[in-house]
Ligand binder design. Sequence first.
Ligand SMILES: Nc1ncnc2c1ncn2[C@@H]1O[C@H](COP(=O)(O)OP(=O)(O)OP(=O)(O)O)[C@@H](O)[C@H]1O
Length: 310
Amino acid sequence: MEVMLTVEGLEKSFKDKQALKGISFEVRKGEIMAILGPNGAGKSTTIRNIMGIMYPDNGSITFHNHQGNEIPRNKIGYLPEERGLYKNVKVMDILLYLADLKDYPLDKAKERILMYLKKFDLEGKEKVAIDELSKGMGQKVQFIGSILHEPELLILDEPFSGLDPVSQELFKDEIRSLADKGTAILLSSHQMNLVEEMCDRLFMIQNGQKVIYGTMNDVKTKYANFKCTIHGRNSLAVLENIPQVQRVEQKDDTSILFLDKDVEPNSWLKTLPETVQIHELKINRISLHEIFIDIATNKNLIQEAGDLHA
Ligand SMILES: Nc1ncnc2c1ncn2[C@@H]1O[C@H](COP(=O)(O)OP(=O)(O)OP(=O)(O)O)[C@@H](O)[C@H]1O
């Protein structure tokens, strides 16, 4: 797939804090690529460097074979983390203004604005002032502003925060359909369930450095070990002594046994002692949410910071 954006060896410091320590990844046409990491990992700093809001100390950003001020920013759509549109301007006026900033034809923009307002349940709101909208409605308007001009690269910093579940689904469907039509999408989000459902590849950073880079499938296969959930009254010590159990989390009568990599579920089940009480038992792979927590809390279940060559 055609590479749309290349980030190479990005470094950025603020006074004595090195926020980015050599970040490299690419975003390809038609894919949704997630940029993930704990609070303060460096996601927004990476995005702000791509957007030219700040400049890196070292490294390069290439979009369409252009770098620095040569980058055609009207081909990029951006939903920033901090929400903010001019407060006392009407919805239609602010959106036409944003389209104009991107050199997008205004008659076409108007058509697309009406189409999107309808799609996002904001039909008839074009003459309402921004400060009369709810938070979620304001976010929908800002999202429309980021996709209105048919960008080739779309950068979304926490697009789902503050949205109700129905609106989250609307955003999710629209983002997926934009990717299907060829838009390259870089998405930062803390909602791991949505990331897991939507994204093709992911890049995870911690302390300004890469910890994981690969396709969602490869990441799940490589890092998502099996876990076994047992409902029944059992002693922690007994469960911890079962072969190939890395650790056990227990709450009331539910125990989650996190298993070693390479466990073969059939043969492992045969090693369960007769004395273990089983009212219910389930084996599945750990979720992206759990992989993320393992990394962010340094539980060291992930031993190597590998490049999965997506
Ligand atoms: N303008 C700034 N001045 C000084 N330090 C900054 C500035 N912007 C970011 N930082 C620091 O850089 C580091 C990375 O911050 P960044 O906002 O990129 O993290 P993030 O991954 O987006 O976090 P979050 O999930 O909380 O939004 C943090 O330690 C932060 O304090």
